[in-house]
Design a protein around this ligand. Structure first.
Ligand code: AP5
Length: 212
């Protein structure tokens, strides 16, 4: 099973992807996480990547498609692409990479979320830099404030979860990523889901769709 999770920043794609991957034994390919690892590498390319991410802009396609191509090649059990593609050029790249590897996309889940939820979720998000677990100070707090339940890492706010970067990410999503909704609708594999729902009920809906 090969899926794409599409939706604005803070729609809950990453949180839901972890649950769905665990249940269906899929690989979670998050371009955001992969790019944050590139940033940590202290290389020239990492420095360039950091500048784009902190401003809320898309990282140039040539950097991202190379990373995704490697992940797809490595994968043997099916995947969720979370955060990729993000513009039409990336979706065209993906189509040709998948077809040359004889891989088919089963579904694209489009997370529909209200702007108020997005702002609340992003401003309250805390992440574990060590194991990448995702928390929310109100909705999904850790057992001990500021400490990761899974690995005891110190939770942090993402650099791009600041007000200016959030605004820019939302603008970029509208301009470059939203056209992907009709792209996948025309291919007959788009499935809208209510991203405002809590994690468990939303997982129930996605599971039911995937088990049909
Ligand atoms: P990326 O890391 O992909 O960020 P994003 O798409 O903006 O999405 P987020 O991670 O912010 O949100 P999410 O939908 O995963 O929500 P989450 O589950 O964390 O990308 C970051 C940057 O990398 C981009 O801006 C760009 O620069 C670059 N990049 C990435 N991919 C790229 C590409 N393909 N091309 C070029 N550049 C690229 O949840 C958010 C919060 O809400 C959490 O606190 C969580 O606990 C809470 N929450 C989640 N779900 C629920 C729920 N159902 N109910 C209540 N609370 C919930």
């Amino acid at each position: 099973m090969n899926l794409i999770f599409l939706g604005p920043p803070g729609a809950g794609k990453g949180t839901q992807a972890k649950v769905v991957c665990k249940h269906f034994n899929l690989e979670h390919i998050s371009t955001g996480d992969l790019l944050r690892s590139v940033v940590k590498s202290n290389s020239l390319i990492g420095e360039k990547t950091r500048e784009f991410m902190n401003k809320g802009l898309l990282v140039p396609d040539e950097i991202v498609v190379e990373i995704v191509a490697q992940e797809i090649k490595k994968n043997s059990k099916g995947f969720i692409l979370d955060g990729f593609p993000r513009n039409l050029a990336q979706s065209e790249f993906l189509e040709s990479a998948l077809s040359s590897a004889d891989i088919f996309l089963n579904k694209v889940f489009n997370f529909i979320t209200s702007p108020e939820k997005v702002v609340d979720r992003l401003s309250g998000r805390r992440v574990c830099p060590k194991c990448r677990a995702i928390y929310h100070i109100k909705n999904m707090p850790p057992l001990e404030e500021g400490i990761c339940d899974k690995c005891a890492g110190i939770l942090a706010q993402r650099d791009d979860d600041k007000e200016e970067a959030i605004k820019e990410r939302l603008r970029v999503y509208k301009q470059l990523s939203e056209p992907l909704i009709s792209y996948y609708q025309e291919k007959g594999i788009l499935c809208d889901v209510d991203g405002d729902l809590n994690v468990e009920p939303l997982f129930g809906i996605i599971k039911e769709i995937l088990e049909i």
